[in-house]
Write a protein that binds this ligand. Sequence first.
Ligand code: 9MR
Length: 357
Amino acid sequence: MPSTAARTRLRLAGALAAVLVASGVATGPAAQAHEGPAHGKPRTTLADLAQRHGRYFGSATDNPELTDTAYTKILGEEFDMITPGNGMKWYATEPQQGVFDWTAGDEIVDLARDHHQKVRAHTLVWHSQLPGWLTGKEWTADELRAVLKNHIQTEVRHYRGKVYAWDVVNEAFNEDGTYRETVFYKTLGPGYIADALRWAHQADPKAKLYLNDYNIEAVGPKSDAYYALAKELKARRVPLDGIGLQAHLALQYGYPTTLEDNLRRFSRLGLDTALTEVDVRMLLPATDEKLAQQADWYRDMTEACLEVRRCVGITVWDYTDKYSWIPAFFPGQGAALPWDEQLAPKPAYQAIREALS
Ligand code: 9MR
């Protein structure tokens, strides 16, 4: 028979466990999974936890995956922001010059609306995944400017009022901070970025407009280039709202320890920031040790965003290893996302919850 003090401790522990279960904080294996309501109350999701901090927690998705109902169930429950991984890119939306196709993008916007989720739209101006009619021809500056303006304004107008933000220009800089020599830069000069932002703003004055890139999580030549450009654009009153840090990290290259400082300096320019395409890949096979390190990185990234007032949210580049882009692009690497290929949460998932709790 336990002493009175011990019984009180036991009761308190039991009450605490009940509160934790009711609030969705995992107290054991049963609380971790996706079996739905625990003790009659719906479990808290990443989105719920993020919203308590005034942030969102999002995932990318792609049209072919949407027939997987086990996948779409979690997609619809855990997240409050969705990014189409491919469906709004130029090759998909304007496959022939002047002929627009919204099928893929609309499917994802409709799905998000059905689940009361917002949309980070991606992306208007990028050197990759362009249609053949655009890459297969030499353009004069006047011609390309007209093509670019028409593409941006037609697409942004189509989604006006339906998306929270646009990645207007994606991946404009090289690693050393020089401009990437894309068809847009080579033909139009660096002013194409300000033009793109202004055209997008005209077409949807309420959408938040972002520049987005990878390898700009840490302070360094590439993020410095964004800092300088953002400062200049703000000074010239070009409609820029935020900088998206993709955050495609790899365990073998080390954690970007200056992430928080970097987010903060953009905040001080009066800009939002967001982690827009997060994944943390590793050399396969995944081991318990690597998965634990990955969890630490997800936790650290989440905490860094929460520490900086204008870091508005985090999006993972899809949520499950089942649909990650990594294995196809980096053979021998993978296991980059918070859910595994069987849609079971990994240590990274728990670490994100802890950071948000
Ligand atoms: O997730 C996208 C993948 O399905 C495509 O095959 C790939 C083509 O480059 O693009 C992926 O998304 C990219 C995003 O649009 C921009 N940042 C890098 C992402 C990963 O390549």
